[in-house]
Design a protein around this ligand. Structure first.
Ligand SMILES: [Zn+2]
Ligand SMILES: [Zn+2]
Length: 312
């Protein structure tokens, strides 16, 4: 290869990687704006993470990396400058987010720009041992997933204890996988509100919801009259809501896709209690806490993509 050609390719590589670093820091900026204005909620996603993966098409690990660094950069804006200039890699910035604070930034920014990746990981692990294992799940084949998680020694011993008890009960050596799946199933059987709803409705059938505020034994006369008393939603009605909404957020944007988040869900009154909204199946819906807050803050009724009541 002629030295001119090699020089040309080298210059081009330098130019592209410099643009790449700049694009990374621009992504950090725009994620910060998406986050502050909660743009992802309007598009039907319960978190910025899901928005970045589904709407922007970035990988889960990249989404996690960018969001973590973007949020940390609010406290320590130097992160963005260092990444844009190429002095710090995005992944090294991510490595120090769990330990970095505005008070210790001189020390950690220095480490993250001078140490090798291995040295830096060691330094972080010394300060914060639980940051040393990145939690994660990755597909190994078809429908098998490899799970990686850090545990305190005492919790690992407790897990072994469960494994021993299960082996004892089943009269054979039970694997760690079987131990974890058994515990998971047991927990869901006891605490999954959708499964409980299914059992209760199957047992007791569907009853109509009580009228809002009527005959509430807990009614507190010292409360201001202007604020109507919040009557508890009857258990049977709650079960019907959980079955209908599958325990998931029903927020759906204009263009369609329902949020479906099943963590931190709450029950929302479409017509508020303060305006006489009753505790009825039609007036109640499941929303994740983000979409719930947002619904009240924006005071516009979102469209609800609730499926029909499914009874088994
Ligand atoms: Zn509400
Ligand atoms: Zn939601």
């Amino acid at each position: 290869m002629s030295s001119t050609l090699s020089q040309q390719i080298h210059s081009r590589a330098l130019e592209i990687s410099s643009r790449y670093k700049k694009a990374e820091s621009e992504l950090l900026d725009i994620l910060d704006q998406l986050d502050r204005h909660r743009v992802y909620l309007k598009h039907g996603h319960s978190s910025l993470f899901l928005y970045v993966v589904r709407e922007l098409g970035l990988s889960e690990s990249m989404a996690y990396l960018l969001i973590t660094v973007s949020r940390k950069a609010r406290q320590v804006p130097e992160l963005k400058t260092l990444i844009a200039s190429g002095a710090m890699t995005l992944s090294n910035a991510r490595r120090i987010t769990s330990v970095l604070t505005p008070q210790n930034k001189a020390e950690w920014l220095e480490k993250a720009t001078t140490l090798t990746q291995k040295q830096l990981e060691k330094e972080v692990a010394k300060t914060r041992p639980q940051a040393a294992v990145n939690e994660g799940a990755s597909y190994v084949s078809g429908d098998r997933v490899k799970l990686q998680v850090g545990l305190a020694e005492k919790d690992m011993l407790a897990l072994r204890r469960v494994q021993d008890l299960l082996s004892q009960a089943r009269g054979r050596a039970v694997s760690l996988e079987e131990t974890i799946t058994t515990m998971t199933q047991e927990h869901l059987k006891r605490f999954d509100p959708v499964r409980r709803a299914k059992r209760q409705i199957a047992k007791k059938g569907v009853t109509l919801g009580a009228q809002n505020g009527a005959k509430n034994p807990q009614a507190d006369s010292s409360q201001a009259e202007a604020a109507p008393k919040r009557a508890p939603i009857p258990a049977n009605l709650l079960h019907q809501i959980r079955l209908r909404d599958e325990g998931r957020c029903t927020y759906a944007p204009e263009n369609g896709k329902r949020c479906n988040q099943s963590r931190w869900v709450e029950i929302h009154h479409k017509i508020p209690i303060s305006e006489g909204g009753p505790n009825t199946l039609e007036n109640l819906s499941t929303l994740c806490s983000s979409h719930h807050d947002w619904t009240h803050a924006s005071k516009t009724e979102p469209s609800f993509g609730a499926p029909q009541l499914t009874q088994s």
